[in-house]
Design a protein around this ligand. Sequence first.
Ligand code: JHZ
Length: 408
Amino acid sequence: MKKEFLDLGEQPIANKFLHWEEVMGDADDEEFFFDLKVVFDDETNLVSLKEFVKPELMFNDEYKYNTSLSVPMVKHFKDTAEHLKELRNQWGYKTLNVLEIGSNDGPFISNFKKGQGICVEPCGNFATKTEKMGYKTYNDFWTKELAKKIVEERGEKLDLIYSANCICHIQDLDDCFEAVKNSLSEKGMFVFEDPSLLRMMERGSYDQIYDEHAHVFSVLALEKILKRNGLKLFKVEDLSHIHGGSNRIYVRHMNINSDMFDPLESVNFAINEEVEFGLDNFKTYEIFAKRVEKSKSDLVSKLKKLNKDGKRVASYGATSKSTTVFNYCGIGRDLIELVTDTTPDKIGLYTPGTHIPVKNRDEVDILEFDYLFLGAWNFKDTISNKEQEFIQNGGKFITHVPEVMEFS
Ligand code: JHZ
């Protein structure tokens, strides 16, 4: 049974930054909104959105999140590829063909030889890019049908299926995992990383919840859902520093001789930590919802006070996460003048739902601002190191994670 515990109100498509004509209502289509409510499934302990948004509305040729523009993430994917190559050697694979689900603009796959790497990417702008880079790319969503087609075309199954920040976007997890099971070679590994529900709950980072994140995963829930699809979760790595706290999950076929794989200690450890926190108990989610309400009222009061005192406030990083915060809290241009970002595709556009202008960081004199709200709080250290001049000039950052506060 699915029980609702959180209502984040009417929300737009988190990454659909708008052109001026769309803001003015002169475009053909009206901006799309949906009810962002969150449910807990008693049986599997999975946390999901109550209402899913049609994938094509989110993941299309206009998709604005370019992973390769994020220097820390490019390094993360290079390190990840090295790590997986080492494991492959340890675990005795002879060859390695790699398929990435949701390859974006290629920062992970580019660490593998062209003939070895296969991409699956529904956003045409990125699919074209990885194809041009020399990787066979399927411009499609990951489904059982697509997996079958890929295996048939290649005439072999896959040794490594990897995915970062994408499996939690897939609404039908049974179809997704069955597709993996059908296409993974006998001793193959499926490795994926996504934001961790435990870290979200600990850190109060409710803005991990938006249209794209159909689910926020606990190890507890994943273990059950993978199992019912004939897959074994055999190892977990805690990536505390990635996207505000993620888990990297290692999966293999259920019934193979598993001597060469790690024992399950890391899985037991992660599940114990989650159970201790209460992720199997609905009450924990009700407490979290109260914390989210408090976060909203603290943030709005703070911004209103700053506004009354004549302080200038901008936001740093036009993130999907800040779409949730701004729309849930009702924060518009009256409280935040502009948002800075470094992504060319977002610059010159307006934030989804709240219509705050997004400006090129290099063209905004942030020293003119008293406060910067950290939309990209997951890059807190990178940003505060980079913006020392702002701090030395008396500027302060505001964050809502783990609670609303300012820092410099
Ligand atoms: P960032 C995206 O979420 C969407 P978002 C997606 N659904 C997902 O799952 C996660 O990623 C993983 C800018 N920036 O990474 C760049 C600066 O301007 O937190 C980005 O636009 N200056 C796929 O959107 C944004 O901030 C900087 O110095 O919440 C960061 O977005 C830095 C470091 C970033 O993901």
